[in-house]
Write a protein that binds this ligand. Sequence first.
Ligand code: GAP
Length: 520
Amino acid sequence: MELMEKVVSLCKRRGFIFPSSEIYGGLNGCWDYGPLGVELKRNVKQAWWNDMVEHHDETDTLPGAPSPYGMVGLDSSLLMNPKVWEASGHVGGFSDPMVDCRETRNRYRADQLVVFALELTAADGARTTFDEMLFAALGEAGKTEDAALIEPHRKRIAALQKSRSAQTLSLRVIPNALYDEALRAKTLAPGASAPGTLTAPRAFNLMFKTHVGALEDNSSVTYLRPETAQGIFVNFKNVCDTARVRVPFGIGQVGKAFRNEINPRNFTFRSREFEQMEIEFFCRAEDAPKWYGYWRNRRFQWYLNLGLRPGNLHLREHDQSELAHYAAGCADVEYDFPFGRSELEGIANRTDFDLRQHMQLSGKDLRYFDDQESDPEKRRYLPYVIEPSAGADRATLAFLCDAYSEDEVGGEPRTVLKLHPRLAPIKAAVFPLVKKDGMPEKALDIYRQLKRRLHVYYDEKGAIGRRYRRQDEAGTPYCITVDGETLTAGTVTVRERDSCAQTRVHASELAAFLLERIEA
Ligand code: GAP
């Protein structure tokens, strides 16, 4: 089984993530978090809120961090006045190019449907491209070397290879082929029986439309928010007027976002309903490059601090050609998911684009007033914005994939989720060694005491080895066993998940022992 299949199977088996409304066949792009999953995702969001908003000045350990700054939180509504999305550009421009297959009725994002031509290389090195037989495969442009994309076409390739045995055949990507009518007519879509079934790409707006109130006409249309960011921009003035914040400062928000993705895929990676963890950080235009660099490094470091393996994490600065027209810089934190390297979070210098747009369309003065600025010219201005925008579901998926491991303990195979203790859904499990001699009573007593401070679990069923394995699969970092010595000397064994090392700790010191290690 491939790693991704193993992670998906563990998620289902142990109650991390289920398909949404599964008993009715599910709903593509929507997922439910089960008892372990909801704790894990809550811990991811809590770690973000704690480190970025609530205790940001204690958790900022980057050397050379810029001067102190303020951080406050916000929880804005999902439904907003539709003018918000006009001003932000989402009504006019938040779309993906979409193509339909008339035969299979499948719908694809044009930029994810890669079109190949077969290329023949003769003995003397001369190359001929056979564009009379093009085929499309679903993949991200630039990742087309993936053998799985080519596999469905092996038969056709083999037939051609047979007829021209002295020469080698390879594949060549034809960029933008779907935008060319003649090339499209020769393209075989995935699963189609003949070429020419794909429609021309057309813009497909990703926002979910809905109606507010009883009337279902154009006057009542609004949208489920496709990002949490705009809720922050439209509250910029409210926060400035009430929270005694001074530029530079940031507003953080965690919440649901909805996008009618054409091809939701790779488990929760690209969903139609997901959660974002976004910061809009307001600063003077001249300081924006400094703060951009700062947030890019700080957000990258956050994932490392929570245990993602450094080799799997990458920071990719966008080329000038990739930047949105209003952005002065953008970098992605990328993670090596089992299905390929993909974006985990984006950090952008959005200039003053959003505040300016909202100021224009609403007619409200959204400029910041700096009463301590001596130069009257510089007192009133629109700040620049640095936006670190992360996905809670994507981060959760990355933590799950990174933590998944298999090893052997005492000659037996085990599956273990090596989650950072701060993220682990259950922090410790308490077991009586046997179900007699007063051990269950003592273990329950310890469990109840720990429960006041930590999410703990009690289990007395089955052999102790099996109980350990169950907790290893759930990612529980510590298992506490009450045995004969507990009754005589008051000590318990604490087994550490990854090393399986056991330490004896006095029951009265357990809470402190665990908290010190979990919060590290
Ligand atoms: N406000 C900027 C913004 O929304 P984005 O790159 O479109 O930027 C930011 O989204 C983050 O939200 C992504 O890096 C990703 O973690 C998450 N995200 C975006 N679309 C998603 C989807 N369809 N499913 C899951 N997460 C998604």
